[in-house]
Write a protein that binds this ligand. Structure first.
Ligand code: BTN
Length: 255
C-alpha cells in the first residue's frame, strides 16, 4: 500500500489551487485528484476545460527540496508517458517542454506552480498539475475549439472510467514522482535527459518559439540541454529556449 496520500475529491475548482491551499497537510510527496474540475488552469494564463467524469485532473504535491525545480515539468512528462504506456500500451511523444501527444494530438497538459508556505512564507515547494484526456468524444474538442486535442479513447485505447482515474493517480504518485525523486531531487534533470530526448518530438524539426522580450524566433530544434532548455539552431546561431513562459509551435500533426 502507498505511504503517500492520494486524496480524491468528487469535485474541485482547480486541483493545483487545492494543492497549494492544503500543501502542509501532505507528506514529502502526495497528490490530489478529481474527474470534475470546474476552474482548471492551463499554461500561459489559459484555462483548462472541464470534461466531467471523462478526464483526470491530478496534482502532485512535492515538499522535497529539489536541486533543479524548473525542470520538474520535463520529469513529469516522462512520468505520465510511462504510466500511460503501462496502463494502455500507448507510446506518447513529448512536445517540449511537457505536453504529451498521441498520433500528433495533445492528450496531456502539465502545469507546475511554486508554493510558499509556513508562518513567514519561507518554505518552498512545488505542485505539479496534470490533465489527462481519457474519454472525451470528438464533439467535446470541437465545441471547446481544441482542434489539436484528443483523448485516449478517441485514439483507440480501452479506457475504464470507473477504475483508471484512481489507478493513474496512485501510479503517478508512487512510480511517476516518488521513486524518481530519489535521483531527481539531488541530481536534477541530467540523469533523465537521454530518455526525455528519445521521446521528444521536436528534435530535428523546424520550430518557432516566443522570445522572452516579445517577438518570435525560429529554427531547427537540435538538442535539450542538462537544464532542460531546448536548443534551436537559427540563422544567427543557437538559441536556448527556457522552460518558462515560452511555447513552441509547428508540431501538431507532424507525426
Ligand atoms: C496546459 O495548458 O497544457 C496545462 C494544463 C494543466 C491542467 C491541469 S488539470 C490538473 C491541474 N489543475 C489545474 O488547474 N491545472 C492542472
Amino acid at each position: 500500500m502507498s505511504i503517500n496520500e492520494v486524496r480524491w475529491l468528487s469535485e474541485c475548482g482547480s486541483t493545483n489551487a487545492y494543492a497549494k491551499e492544503h500543501f502542509e497537510e501532505f507528506g514529502p510527496v502526495g497528490a490530489v485528484y478529481t474527474t470534475n474540475q470546474t476552474a482548471g488552469r492551463g499554461r500561459l494564463g489559459r484555462s483548462w476545460v472541464n470534461a466531467e467524469g471523462r478526464a483526470l485532473y491530478y496534482t502532485a504535491v512535492i515538499r522535497e527540496p529539489l536541486a533543479q525545480p524548473a525542470t520538474l515539468p520535463l520529469l513529469a512528462s516522462l512520468a505520465v508517458r510511462d504510466q500511460l504506456a503501462q496502463r494502455y500500451g500507448v507510446d506518447c511523444r513529448i512536445k517540449w517542454p511537457n505536453d504529451l501527444l498521441l498520433n500528433g494530438k495533445k492528450i496531456v497538459g502539465i502545469l507546475c506552480e511554486s508554493v510558499s508556505y509556513g508562518c513567514q512564507m519561507q518554505g518552498r515547494g512545488i505542485v505539479c498539475g496534470i490533465g489527462i484526456n481519457l474519454a472525451q468524444p470528438q464533439s467535446y474538442f470541437d465545441a471547446a475549439n481544441l482542434p489539436n486535442g484528443t483523448s485516449l479513447e478517441l485514439q483507440g485505447a480501452k479506457v475504464d472510467l470507473a477504475a483508471d482515474p484512481q489507478w493513474l493517480a496512485e501510479a503517478l504518485t508512487d512510480f511517476g514522482f516518488d521513486r524518481p525523486l530519489y535521483t531527481f531531487a539531488r541530481e536534477g534533470f541530467a540523469p533523465f535527459r537521454d530518455e526525455y530526448k528519445a521521446a521528444c518530438v521536436n528534435l530535428g524539426r523546424h520550430v518557432t518559439f516566443d522570445l522572452p522580450g516579445g517577438g518570435t524566433g525560429s529554427g531547427t530544434a537540435i538538442d535539450v540541454d542538462a537544464d532542460g532548455r531546448l536548443i534551436v539552431r537559427t540563422d544567427s546561431g543557437e538559441e536556448r529556449v527556457f522552460t518558462g513562459e515560452v511555447s513552441v509551435h509547428g508540431i501538431y500533426g507532424a507525426v
